[in-house]
Design a protein around this ligand. Structure first.
Ligand SMILES: Nc1ncnc2c1ncn2[C@@H]1O[C@H](COP(=O)(O)OP(=O)(O)O)[C@@H](O)[C@H]1O
Ligand SMILES: O=C(CO)[C@@H](O)[C@H](O)COP(=O)(O)O
Length: 533
């Protein structure tokens, strides 16, 4: 029980691809507790690799929904054992990997309302899902449904104008259409469909949580300007789909008090509020307090690049989402599937499975890598839609291999050249004063960040807490309490620690990478030609 003088706390959860993480922050915005549950190693009974199951067709990718439920049991038990005082938590919020879907079975709403505190969530919810393997963002098996949606909407660009994106396989509307077509019985039994974020919020609420505008923008279903479901898109996916989705809500909404289950089992206060959960990238934007002109690079399981934008101009590439901290603004995002897992694969093959040796290879090789360029799309890439490993020597001749050290640099340079090329195609330009804000697991690696700084020819900054999605969720929990009375997000978090400079570009970086970027763009076209069916 909190003593009267104990400061209030705010919790931010992140249900990401490989882990469930939490950050606790006090009223002065200082982080006082962090913890995590790693799906592969802490929950081996679910047999995931990188938090997912890749199916035999190599295109279908799912995660067991009960693994996420059990991870929450485990994380809260761990916090309790560590003496964490839940009674001080005034509000909580969270985020989830984007696009993933959870299908609740008929009757699950009643189960959620009546959770018995002497049992684990895993036991209580084991029969609550009509689809036990939730489709996740790495899935690329719904091309057929994407084509149908684009046709119904009047073309790819028209769909992008409505929903912020052309049809992408991982986007939830197309995943729902696929479940409806391929698993009609399970679909029939479904009473509610959540995103990973709103599913997680539902656990805390003891009832179905609304999908927030920002994560809802990753479904190919939400009209990003009117912030309501697009009837054309809903109809194309499934008649009366809105009844399964519930109404979308602003990202700063208070959804209600925490369920009595958490009050009785963990000692939460009855007055603790649950603020809408959102996507992990929107939550990171909040955690980094991203401003117009900054560019954020997240190096998690996926690599993403995102920007704050005022005026959305949806295009054939990239995504526009509603902004999670300002109702007038938007965010642009690019997602790259071959991020950390590809770096891990090259680390195993070329650096003795050691990040130290991987970093040493980056230190010991020159900027521009002697003209060698590599494309590493171990799995079907999202941006650009290409697959395979393609290596080129300084004369643009395709080669079979590089030496281990050259390979490490060509991977990291290639990844960041791609991030820069596609950000520039989206309209982003690096100007004096540009800050690159880096986050995610690989942002703890200074040598990787040095390459990022050189390729973008801009200074790179990081926060102390590498999980900006958790931090942003804790900030959003705090802001949620005063958002309705008109307080702006930036006012509420104005005293948060500033990002620190971790890498500045070498003097010769601009010359080397401006030229290399042009070559990279030409070679990418060649790679794309090869990848086309
Ligand atoms: N020192 C390091 N250098 C490079 N990458 C790292 C380092 N430490 C962790 N990582 C990468 O961070 C990734 C996890 O990032 P994280 O942001 O936690 O992922 P997610 O949020 O998607 O679960 C791991 O897959 C790992 O490859
Ligand atoms: O698909 C996207 C964004 O559109 C991914 O960025 C997911 O949101 C997964 O995030 P991480 O677990 O890699 O952070």
């Amino acid at each position: 029980m909190a003593a009267a003088q104990d400061p209030s706390l705010f919790l931010g959860f992140d249900f990401s691809t490989q882990q469930l993480k939490v950050v606790a922050m006090d009223e002065s915005l200082s982080v006082v507790h962090q913890s995590n549950v790693h799906f592969d190693s802490d929950l081996p009974e679910f047999r995931t690799r990188g938090g997912v199951h890749v199916h035999a067709d190599r295109l279908t990718v799912t995660s067991p929904v009960l693994m996420w439920v059990k991870a929450l049991d485990m994380l809260l038990d761990k916090m309790k054992e560590a003496g964490f005082d839940f009674s001080r938590v005034k509000a909580l919020s969270g985020s989830g990997q984007q696009h993933g879907s959870v299908f609740w079975t008929r009757g699950a709403s009643e189960t959620l309302k009546n959770l018995q505190p002497d049992q684990s969530l895993e036991t209580l919810l084991q029969d609550s899902f009509s689809v036990s393997a939730s489709p996740v963002w790495m899935d690329s098996s719904s091309r057929k449904q994407c084509d149908a949606l684009q046709e119904a909407a009047g073309g790819a660009l028209r769909l992008a104008h409505i929903t912020g994106s052309t049809a992408y396989e991982r986007f939830t509307g197309n995943q729902i259409a696929k479940v409806r077509a391929t698993r009609p019985e399970e679909f029939q039994k479904t009473e509610r469909i959540s995103l990973v974020s709103s599913f997680a919020a539902s656990l805390f609420l003891g009832g179905y949580a609304a999908i927030d505008y920002s994560d809802g923008s990753g479904m190919n279903l939400l009209d990003i300007r009117s912030r309501s479901w697009s009837q054309i898109c809903l109809e194309a996916v499934s008649p009366q789909l809105d009844l399964l989705l519930g109404d979308p809500k602003p990202s700063s909404s208070i959804l209600g008090p925490v369920s009595s289950y958490f009050v009785q089992r963990y000692g939460f206060s009855e007055s603790c509020r649950v603020v809408a959960f959102t996507g992990d990238n929107p939550a990171s934007l909040a955690g980094m307090r991203l401003q117009q002109g900054d560019i954020a690079v997240s190096l998690g399981t996926s690599d993403t690049v995102f920007l704050w934008i005022a005026d959305p101009r949806p295009a054939l590439q990239g995504h526009v989402f509603c902004n999670p901290v300002s109702e007038q603004a938007f965010m642009a995002l690019l997602c790259f599937k071959n991020g950390s897992l590809t770096r891990e694969r090259v680390r195993e093959q070329c650096a003795g499975a050691s990040w130290e040796l991987f970093s040493a290879a980056l230190r010991d090789t020159p900027l521009g890598n002697g003209g060698n360029i590599g494309f590493y799309f171990d799995s079907q890439e999202i941006t650009p839609p290409a697959v395979g490993v393609h290596l080129f020597d300084p004369q643009d001749v395709q080669v079979c291999s590089f030496s281990p050290q050259v390979e490490v640099r060509s991977l990291v340079e290639g990844q960041f050249l791609s991030r820069r090329l596609h950000a520039e195609r989206l309209g982003y330009s690096i100007i004096p004063g540009t800050r690159v804000l880096a986050t995610g697991g690989a942002s703890s690696n200074n040598e990787i960040l040095q390459v990022l700084s050189d390729v973008f020819n801009a200074p790179v900054f990081t926060l102390d807490v590498s999980n900006s999605a958790c931090l942003g969720s804790a900030y959003r929990a705090l802001h949620g309490l005063s958002a309705e009375s008109g307080a702006s997000f930036f006012d509420v978090v104005k005293n948060a620690p500033e990002p620190q400079l971790v890498a500045a570009p070498h003097p010769e970086a601009k010359e080397v990478y401006d030229q290399m970027l042009q070559r990279y763009a030409r070679l990418e076209e060649r790679v794309l030609q090869k990848s086309r069916p």
